[in-house]
Design a protein around this ligand. Sequence first.
Ligand SMILES: Cc1cc2nc3c(=O)[nH]c(=O)nc-3n(C[C@H](O)[C@H](O)[C@H](O)COP(=O)(O)OP(=O)(O)OC[C@H]3O[C@@H](n4cnc5c(N)ncnc54)[C@H](O)[C@@H]3O)c2cc1C
Length: 365
Amino acid sequence: MRVAVAGGGAVGLVAAGDLADRGVDVTLYERDELGSGATGRAAGICYDAFAGKLDAAVADRALARYREWGLLEPCPYVWAARERGDETAIRGQVEEMRAHGRAVERISPAELGDRYPTLRTEGIEAAGIATAAGVLDPDAVVTRLVERARARGVTVEMTAPVSLAEPTTVETSSGKRDFDAVVAAAGPATKPLVADAGVSLALKAYRTQALVTDPFEGALPSFYDATAEFYWRPHGDALLVGGGAHAADPADWDAEADPAFVESILEDVRAATTLDPTADRAWAGLCTATPDRDPLVGRVADGLWVATGWQGHGLMRAPAMGEFVAERVCGTSPRIDAALSDRFDPTRFDGDEQFDPLGDPTADW
Ligand SMILES: Cc1cc2nc3c(=O)[nH]c(=O)nc-3n(C[C@H](O)[C@H](O)[C@H](O)COP(=O)(O)OP(=O)(O)OC[C@H]3O[C@@H](n4cnc5c(N)ncnc54)[C@H](O)[C@@H]3O)c2cc1C
């Protein structure tokens, strides 16, 4: 079997390696440099704090593989809310996560403050902590995944943008080539790519931003403030802080962070910690969104498969989702749960749905 993978981000690279593991002859095409899409711009937070059974199973598999590949640096993940009534929501989530075997617990604001004196806990109504979480270095992830794919015989073509002449005919500047199957894992560009083959995907893009601070003294966990909608993770002796998401046109967006974002997110960090940080560097990237916030992973036409729509959680899920798409293409049953095939089926939408790519962000925490 000969398969083309379009897109050299984390998902395409895992899928390529896993297809080759199953005896497939794989060519991976990347438009620019490997990891130059969202993967190389990600914050690298990685956790299994999901209340849904299938989401928890996906996260469990992804974390296990990142650990096996030596890429996951342990770091607890705390999510906290500041509004009255949030306590019940967080208690419910933690109970469900624990029922699915996740190492999570509720943590009182007082205990949080004792454990992390740098964190200001006034105003926090409720919090949860996931102790099996960690952080990833996106560059190290790309390097390791490329090595892994090449070691399995994957041919990697860089600066090779593809279009589809037919669902399984790939066109590059060197001409057309037929494959038995094509996997489109091209981030937001997956939509125009499969549109060439007459497929309409319910996929939108949003732009999100991040910065790294100057070094600071003290210890902090990875942290998501569900009320103010921003997050950070320890990054060496500095913090990587992210937020500032808004709908964007994938054909016309700015890869530099907005000065207003930098100013306001540093203010958020000052309010939430005892720190007075400044920004060392800042950037923006594009994430993909779907109407129900679940990804689009599966077959959209004979021989044509897609893997996208991660709603900001694609790096942490790549080892599980790349494997899942490889299993589907090869016709083997999914290792995680057969129910994923229906839930993530990209054809569950018509493709012309109107929706807000950011929806209700609190739906995820
Ligand atoms: C600021 C920021 C912070 C984030 N933080 C996190 C985080 O902490 N944890 C987390 O899990 N996720 C995070 N994400 C989301 C995560 O980065 C993405 O979900 C994930 O990287 C998606 O991987 P991918 O392989 O699907 O897509 P991408 O990494 O976007 O890869 C797609 C690739 O396809 C290539 N391509 C496009 N068109 C073509 C074509 N026609 N032919 C060939 N190649 C093509 C692109 O150049 C690109 O390299 C963050 C994203 C951003 C922007």
